[in-house]
Design a protein around this ligand. Structure first.
Ligand code: NPW
Ligand code: ATP
Length: 331
């Protein structure tokens, strides 16, 4: 493991903890998701945002998801206002970053909530946006994609999207048709070779390199938003500069690991301001990927076949505490 480089990056990212902090200074994260079928996904994202340091988490969900989510934890402030634009608008004032997608569902009516949030992020230059899961479906679906991408163009690098392999394929089909077919199988073979040569490491990679070229191209097509393509190796690009993360993760792919990462990103996107580097927004995504994978590995080594996402959530505080106590044993 690339311990020294990781240590330096995390140290520069994580906020100083002292008695001058007030509630909210380390972030107030909004999770837009939670629907009839899915209540676990926004829960994972919300817990991950809190355990990675944010002070408050709001969840904006549908009516039928609200009670189950409230019952999971007293930590969450839950608003059943996914279809009430006035309420949604009002409560969005309370957050510093917003994660849209985990468990959101794909009902046509949900598009108006997606647009309302995007407009809020356009209007408030201090707000950060993370798009994952079903938000990415709205970004690739013929009916809604144009409107959403027009809005993302206005947000640029304050927005991160985190497609998995399947979601990336859909987005490539929707936005990169003129740049040639995206062959998922061929790309996975390239990633296997790339990962085996760099296992345990992370760093910059030329945006023209065959492993990341499509990720950089997608970022450019979407107005240079940061794209983090998740997989065996995470590939992160703003269209110009690109990074890879080949830090070991879990060899059990239990559902919810992407939701967990989007929650960490909701918090880390604000911490980016602590990094004094022109690529600070990209580096915050690199850090979120490292944290997710490292915690997944730690939990996997305890639970093996029985690994579930709550096990990974439990590893987040110990992993991050190591950077405050200079205890490298958890890295
Ligand atoms: N506990 C909860 O509440 C959880 C709720 N969740 C929520 O579910 C919603 C829908 O999300 P989604 O990822 O299932 O939908 P979509 O992208 O259409 O995938 C459909 C099919 O594609 C495949 N496949 C998927 N990923 C792959 C991969 N990495 N690599 C390879 N193949 C992959 C796989 O097909 P299979 O291989 O089984 O044929 C899968 O069935 C969304 O709101 C999300 O937040 C989840 O977060 C989990 C925890
Ligand atoms: N083959 C793999 N080996 C190790 N880590 C992986 C692998 N694939 C993905 N990951 C890591 O797991 C995390 C979630 O990625 P994944 O592709 O599972 O997301 P997802 O499908 O969106 O998850 P969810 O189940 O929440 O919808 C990322 O941090 C990614 O780096």
């Amino acid at each position: 493991m690339d311990q020294t480089a990781m240590y330096k990056l995390m140290k520069s990212l994580l906020p100083t903890l002292d008695r001058h902090l007030t509630k909210g200074m380390n972030g107030k994260v909004g999770i837009v998701g939670g629907s009839k079928d899915y209540t676990g996904a926004p829960y994972y994202a919300a817990v991950a945002s809190l355990k990675s340091g944010s002070d408050i988490t709001h969840i904006f969900c549908s009516e039928e998801a609200a009670i189950p989510i409230k019952c999971y934890s007293p930590e969450f402030i839950v608003h059943p206002c996914l279809y009430d634009m006035e309420q949604l608008d009002m409560w969005l004032n309370a957050v510093t970053s917003v994660v849209v997608g985990p468990g959101l569902g794909r009902d046509k009516e949900t598009q108006q909530a997606v647009e309302r949030v995007l407009q809020r992020v356009i209007d408030n230059e201090k707000m950060h946006f993370v798009g994952d899961a079903d938000m990415l479906w709205f970004l690739s679906n013929a009916e809604q994609k144009e409107r959403n991408v027009q809005m993302l163009w206005k947000i640029g690098k304050r927005a991160v999207i985190t497609p998995n392999v399947v979601e990336f394929g859909r987005l490539a089909g929707a936005w990169m048709g003129e740049m040639g077919e995206y062959d998922i199988k061929k790309q996975q073979q390239i990633e296997e070779v790339f990962y085996s040569e760099r296992e345990g490491h992370f760093g910059e990679v030329d945006s023209e390199h065959e492993v990341v070229r499509h990720v950089a191209m997608l970022s450019k097509s979407l107005g240079n938003v940061i794209v983090c393509k998740k997989g065996l190796v995470d590939l992160i690009s703003d269209g110009t500069t690109s990074y890879f993360v080949a830090v070991e993760g879990a060899s059990k792919r239990c559902g919810g690991q992407g939701d967990l990462m989007s929650g960490i990103l909701g918090t880390f996107s604000k911490y980016a301001q602590n990094i004094h580097n022109p690529n600070n927004a990209l580096l915050a995504v690199v850090a979120a990927s490292i944290a997710t994978r490292s915690c997944a590995k730690a939990a996997f080594l305890k639970k093996w076949i029985g690994l579930t996402t709550p096990d990974i959530l439990e590893e987040i505080p110990g992993f991050l505490a190591g950077f405050y106590t200079d205890d490298m044993s958890k890295l």
